[in-house]
Design a protein around this ligand. Sequence first.
Ligand SMILES: CC(C)(COP(=O)(O)OP(=O)(O)OC[C@H]1O[C@@H](n2cnc3c(N)ncnc32)[C@H](O)[C@@H]1OP(=O)(O)O)[C@@H](O)C(=O)NCCC(=O)NCCS
Length: 151
Amino acid sequence: MRRAKDSVTAAIRDLSIADYDDLVRLWQEANLPYRPHGRDSREAIARQMEGNTSLFLGAEQDGKLVGAVLGTHDGRKGWINRLAVHPAHRRRGIGQALVCAVEARLQAMGIEIIGALIEDWNDDSMAFFARLGYVAHSDILYFSKRRSPKA
Ligand SMILES: CC(C)(COP(=O)(O)OP(=O)(O)OC[C@H]1O[C@@H](n2cnc3c(N)ncnc32)[C@H](O)[C@@H]1OP(=O)(O)O)[C@@H](O)C(=O)NCCC(=O)NCCS
């Protein structure tokens, strides 16, 4: 795999709740849907950041948050969530640098399987994860149970 072209200039760092407004702006700019009253609210994100099952990492370039990812684990498997790179900064290796950083952190915790849920229309994301060595399981359907539609 080629070296991340721009990762030398995009510093990867842990995010804190002080980054919340920039994070939401990035999600909006990257066209990633978010639930302002559910699990993406400021209170919910602060709670996730305080726990020990979530890693919020950001990629910063020239003082601006240009990429972010949430890594989670349940003690058994790890998950890549909410990966977003600003449209003006794509195809420079920032997404790859973020995922590699989450993988390294999860692997250091003993997590050996890392997954990502990708909507079937998201060709860019599928191509990205395939390039990073993730294998698609087309025989698995995602079932979920929600306490409310806004969860
Ligand atoms: C998916 C996403 C995070 C990729 O971020 P990125 O910083 O552009 O990715 P990288 O530059 O690290 O790409 C690494 C490799 O993945 C592949 N890849 C990335 N984007 C691709 C695309 N749109 N089409 C085909 N391949 C792609 C390429 O092989 C690329 O290497 P190359 O540029 O040398 O060809 C970005 O497109 C994004 O934010 N999309 C919108 C939000 C989203 O869908 N998130 C994922 C939710 S599951």
